[in-house]
Design a protein around this ligand. Structure first.
Ligand code: SAH
Length: 565
């Protein structure tokens, strides 16, 4: 099973360096920083206790850069309630100590050793089995899976009680462990991929050495379980699924892999599934054909799925929101963490960062949308995980449409096979409206005033009809140096249908440093008050304004129309 992504939790700016060092070891992990104490964290939290408890309850491994005591007191109320624990570690904020606290069976000692090695210190391991045998039998290294945990616990306690043990099968890591071995021992550790019931006094450990080659005719995970059973191979030994490139977008394959908890890889090798397996991993023992669509191959060693074929590429078109980290949706943050390549207009790529050294930034000019979209598909078609960034929402005058246009125009199956997803963001009109109150609280119309990509007559016509229809209006791209007169003309049209008292909201750099919000009237509005970083919201005939206690005004458009119901 894939390991869960840890959360790195810090309380002060002084811990950020150590946190980033740890993040190098777990590239998908996010750093959680306390609001107003930490700048530059991936996520901001307001309350330490609530945050830590929530992570723990969601089974997220926790690396807390603070005193062990604080972590213990915070999680204490939850300890009795919960069966399985995620790994929880306290790390000194200067990185000088790594203390595994909870989650002995969830791999906390392994994590402690990894982190300690990364920081160049020794881990504070206190687990007796680990200390005595130099390894935790119940948490084998990647490439091996434990048969049954409850049986395993009894087994280890017998070992600790002084019994000796016999090892059958090959597991180099066990050979290095300081186990009290004896060929006559009652206790046996059996390492192998065969399917079997554990006998008394037996600990079963499965090497992940089995590959199944299959294709898009697969009916589901059960067919794979049946195939393994038919060849008496343990499902725990399955390392990965391999399928032909042509079936890359097949949903059943992806679902089966997810259900079995193994990666799904692809290869372009032509021919039968047997040949597919053989060509992708030449050192496999001859593959066993189960049917025309399923072949099983067993290797003498655990397999590294990363070395087999290639993954399905991914392209996510994401919205950063207006700028503030709190307004970025969690799915977007997770996507940025897993990305190999980040493409976009330089300002937005910088806004999406910071990125790790292994992530490649491709910054381009704002106008090269189609070129950027094609570049993104080229990278994703190679099996990379690619992100195209937009500000606000990617579907609002931004990259999502260009990406789909590029795909629509392409006949390259590799592009169509890419795992493409759009992840939404808070658009500038909505972020601005929220700060002003609810000016878009009733029907409204979103328009870009830029005539770069559409004729000006269309814009005039839409402005005229939308104003006539008494819709509140949100103007994106209201003005620029190359489009100096358009806003003035647009306002002339709106004024034909709206009174000078109509409320207007101007939001500039909303959610970014130096943001400003102004509430004026249509009569007062002049193009000089607006630039290309401004959102212009024009109220309808029902939009109201009233003073707010802190100063300034609330603006809202009621949900009812005409007469109050
Ligand atoms: N996809 C973006 C819009 C891109 S068009 C979104 O959904 O928000 C660019 C225009 O959006 C700018 O000219 C400006 O009118 C508006 N805009 C973008 N970010 C803004 C911000 N933080 N504050 C105010 N307006 C913004």
């Amino acid at each position: 099973m894939a390991r869960l992504i840890p959360a790195i939790v810090i309380l002060g700016q002084g811990s950020l360096n150590t946190a980033r060092q740890i993040q190098q070891l777990y590239p998908d992990a996010l750093i959680y920083g306390l609001a107003e104490r930490v700048e530059g964290a991936d996520r901001v939290y307001a309350e330490f206790g609530a945050t830590l408890r929530q992570l723990y309850q969601q089974d997220t491994p926790i690396i807390a850069l603070c005193a062990a005591g604080i972590v213990i007191r915070t999680l204490a109320p939850l300890l009795l309630e919960k069966g399985a624990e995620p790994p929880v570690l306290a790390v000194a904020e200067d990185g000088s100590a790594v203390v595994p606290l909870l989650g002995g069976l969830g791999g906390v000692n392994l994590m402690a050793r990894e982190i300690a090695a990364g920081l160049g210190v020794a881990a504070a391991i206190t687990t007796s089995g680990e200390l005595r045998f130099g390894t935790c039998l119940l948490n084998p290294p990647s490439g091996y899976a434990l048969g049954d945990l409850e049986l395993g616990k009894r087994f280890v306690s017998d070992l600790l009680g002084g019994e000796s043990v016999r090892i059958e099968g090959a597991a180099p890591w066990l050979a290095q462990a300081k186990l009290p071995q004896d060929q006559q021992a009652r206790l046996t550790i059996r390492v192998g991929s065969a399917e079997r019931e554990a006998a008394a006094n037996e600990l079963l450990i499965y090497p992940r050495s089995v590959l199944i080659a299959c294709n898009g005719k697969l009916t589901g995970a059960d067919a794979l379980r049946d195939a393994l059973h038919q060849k008496t191979i343990a499902v725990q030994s399955l390392a990965c699924l391999l399928a032909p490139d042509s079936d890359m977008a097949n949903r059943t394959l992806h679902q089966a892999a997810a259900e079995l908890g193994v990666p799904l890889r692809f290869s372009s090798a032509p021919g039968s599934v047997v040949e597919l397996a053989q060509q992708a991993v030449p050192q496999l023992l001859p593959a066993l054909s189960v049917s025309d669509d399923i072949a099983i191959a067993v290797a003498s060693q655990p397999l590294d799925p990363e070395q087999i074929g290639r993954p399905r590429g991914r392209l996510a078109v994401i919205g950063l929101g207006p700028g503030a980290a709190e307004l970025m949706v969690p799915a977007v943050k997770a996507e940025l963490a897993r990305a190999n390549d980040i493409l976009g207009y330089e300002t937005y790529v910088r806004m999406a960062g910071p990125f790790r050294a292994d992530q490649v930034m491709h910054c381009t000019d704002n106008r090269e949308e189609m070129q950027r979209a094609r570049h993104a598909f080229e990278l994703a078609a190679q099996g990379r995980s690619v992100v195209v960034v937009s500000s606000g929402d990617p579907g609002v005058f931004a990259m999502a449409a260009a990406v789909l246009e590029a795909l629509h125009e392409s006949s390259d199956p590799a592009w169509h096979n890419v795992d493409l997803e759009m992840l939404p963001g808070v658009s500038a009109s909505l972020a601005t409206a929220a700060q002003a109150g609810a000016p878009l609280g009733h029907d409204f119309c979103v328009l870009s005033l830029s005539d770069n990509l559409k004729p000006w007559e269309i814009i005039e016509k839409r402005l005229d009809l939308a104003s006539q229809a008494d819709l509140a209006l949100a103007f994106y791209n209201p003005i620029s140096r190359s489009r100096p007169w358009q806003l003035g003309r647009a306002l002339e049209i709106v004024r034909q249908h709206r009174t000078p008292q109509t409320p207007v909201v101007l939001g500039r750099d909303i959610g970014r440093p130096g943001q400003t919000l102004r509430v004026i009237t249509l009569g007062e509005l002049t193009p000089e008050q607006v630039d290309m970083r401004t959102m212009v919201l024009v109220g309808s005939s029902t939009t109201c304004v009233f003073p707010r206690a802190e100063g300034g005004e609330w603006v809202y458009t009621p949900r009812w129309y005409g007469q109050k119901p």
